[in-house]
Design a protein around this ligand. Structure first.
Ligand code: UGA
Length: 436
């Protein structure tokens, strides 16, 4: 099929390359010339495992091209809209400027039998509004097809999704839209991927409620960590024990410095704001509490560093291991790790932060921090070590070897991924979050 993908950020670039990998003929379009130039050279504009490989193979096959010109979307049968919906400045609601701009630019390129497919995360009610605009401007149809990819696994999640959700209009238009989507996702469907075909509003809500549930799970266990801290209990053992109950499940029950990234934080805020607009604010006002629990963990982490350093961090060298919001990503949007580094720096600590991939993005936002590309340089003569993103290389650090580099053997494990027994045996003061 001929496909266009409007917006080539984390979502769009991966989607465009994956669709070409699946055999479709794809044009990726973005207003950012630097991004398009990189993609045209088969270079991923951000770190995402596997993306460069599929960009290279798809570009070589001739099935994938990129452009800054929206007119290049003309002639495609299916147009995916994958632009960002960030949080509005100073408000909880989502900013739909880019979605509206993309749709407005796309409409003149559309034919009556074209299908526009929204992938961006939007407040419920958006698809209905956009469908009217598209219908009036071109006669084309809109479907909503939310994306559930995780950064770090984005290629796998796009090529082999765990489910497909189609938000469709009623009647004949909906049937045709479903046929086209089934054709786009033929490979996944041949592998028995479940499909939930539903209306626009449900599909929009599926996306935000999935992220709200995940955020709630993380803040739930972090709330237990807060209690464990005062009760002298161990939240990791607690998570293991409740996780054995299949109804609860162990995944997304890792307590620590909390969630960040370009999705969970802004999506729960946007969802809460939308519920207020719909007159049902009370139904999900607890999400604001989930947000607060999450933000408190960052403060707690900083407090723990201060306590461990005997009451103040001023002029103390603190090695911060990790800047990305999670491992296998260079994304520092709303990253708890970067936030902790910035807070410690603000208190006068001599922060040396490191990360395998996220240093360039961190420097752009916070040039005031100290950075080291080599983990060993960051650790050298440190008064305390803070692990905030659980990259494999940090999880595998040898406490004996690291002990030879630092000034003081103090480690605060903001992700509860190190073995306290092993670190303490090597002479370290080990502190986890929600662990005695
Ligand atoms: C999230 C969802 O997991 C995806 O399904 C969704 O498609 C995506 O948002 C999106 O809306 O686009 P992602 O932002 O890539 O994906 O990251 P997650 O893997 O969900 O992790 C989010 C944050 O939670 C990270 O900071 C991570 O460190 C933290 N986390 C995760 C915990 O603190 N504890 C856990 O047990 C799990």
């Amino acid at each position: 099929m001929r496909i266009s993908v409007i917006g080539c950020g984390y979502l769009g670039a991966v989607h465009a390359a994956s669709m070409a990998e699946l055999g479709h003929e794809v044009t990726g379009i973005d207003v950012d010339p630097a991004k398009i130039q990189a993609l045209q050279a088969a270079q991923a504009p951000f770190f995402e495992p596997g993306l460069t490989d599929i960009l290279e193979s798809a570009m070589a096959s001739g099935r994938l091209s990129f452009s800054t010109n929206i007119a290049d979307a003309k002639g495609a049968q299916v147009h995916f809209v994958a632009v960002g919906t960030p949080q509005k400045k100073g408000e909880n609601a989502a900013d739909l400027t880019y979605v509206d701009a993309a749709i407005d630019a796309l409409i003149p390129q559309l034919g009556v039998s074209d299908l526009v497919v929204g992938k961006s995360t939007v407040p419920v009610g958006t698809a209905e509004r956009l469908a009217e605009k598209i219908e009036a401007g071109s006669g084309a149809t809109l479907a909503w097809n939310p994306e559930f990819l995780r950064e770090g696994f984005a290629v796998k999640d796009t090529i082999s999704p765990d489910r497909l959700v189609y938000g469709l209009p009623a009647g004949e238009k909906g049937k045709k839209a479903k046929q086209l989507l089934d054709e786009v996702y033929a490979t996944a469907l041949s592998n028995d991927t479940p499909v939930v075909a539903t209306d626009y509003a449900t599909s929009e809500l599926v996306k935000v409620s999935a992220n709200a549930f995940l955020a709630t799970k993380i803040s739930f266990i972090n709330a237990m960590a807060e209690i464990a801290e005062v009760a002298g209990a161990d939240v990791t053992a607690l998570a293991d024990a409740i996780g054995y109950d299949a109804r609860i499940g162990r995944r997304f029950l890792n307590a620590g410095v909390g969630f960040g990234g370009g999705c969970l934080p802004k999506d729960i805020r946007g969802f809460a704001a939308r519920a207020e607009e719909l007159g049902r604010g009370e139904s999900i006002r607890f999400l604001l509490e989930i947000d607060k629990i999450n933000m408190r963990r960052r403060e707690r982490m900083v407090e723990m560093v201060i306590e461990a350093l005997g009451g103040q961090v001023y002029k103390k060298k603190v090695a911060v291991l990790g800047l990305a919001f999670k491992p296998d990503s260079d994304d520092v949007r709303d990253s708890p790790a970067l936030d902790v580094a910035v807070r410690l720096n603000g208190l006068g600590a001599h922060v040396i932060a490191t990360d395998p991939e996220a240093i360039p993005n961190s420097i752009r936002l916070h040039p005031q921090l100290g950075f080291a590309t080599d983990t060993m340089d960051a650790l050298n003569h440190a008064d305390a070590v803070v692990l905030v993103t659980e990259w494999k290389e940090y999880r595998n650090l040898d406490p004996v070897e690291v002990g030879k580099l630092v000034r003081d053997k103090i480690i605060i494990d903001g992700r509860n991924v190190l073995d306290p027994v092993q670190w303490r045996a090597a002479g370290w003061i080990y502190k986890g979050m929600g662990r005695p």
